[in-house]
Design a protein around this ligand. Sequence first.
Ligand SMILES: O=c1ccn([C@H]2C[C@H](O)[C@@H](CO)O2)c(=O)[nH]1
Ligand SMILES: [Zn+2]
Length: 132
Amino acid sequence: MAQAKKEWLLIAQAALKKAYVPYSHFPVGACLITKQGKTYQGVNIENASFGLSNCAERTAIFKAISEGERDFAHLVVAGKTSQPISPCGACRQVMAEFFTPDMPVTLVGDKGVIKEMTVEQLLPYSFTGQDL
Ligand SMILES: O=c1ccn([C@H]2C[C@H](O)[C@@H](CO)O2)c(=O)[nH]1
Ligand SMILES: [Zn+2]
């Protein structure tokens, strides 16, 4: 694996311990990489009103967007799952909003198994601004 990608993986996994998950005890970490190589970490942040919880992927995306970033190269998502973690539907839709269909998304669990997908593979035939 390329050195940069190893580092992104470590950044996503390091985020796991910052997740705020008092209800699910299911931490998720993310590392979003811009085309210029800057990284944004994200974690899931839960709420006593469960539906207000925010996933790690969207936390990383919203952090970057609110800092003015628009051009992204890669997203890495890490879970403590036996299989590579599977992003939820809401996050897939937000990915489709901000990422190109061919952008790579790396999914990892805690057994070292890595799944490489693209945004389009995660959400085929997505609804976007071009449909409006
Ligand atoms: O890809 C995923 C899947 C789930 N979660 C969060 C949402 C919730 O806090 C917890 C359990 O669903 O995991 C993420 O952050 N990312
Ligand atoms: Zn999600």
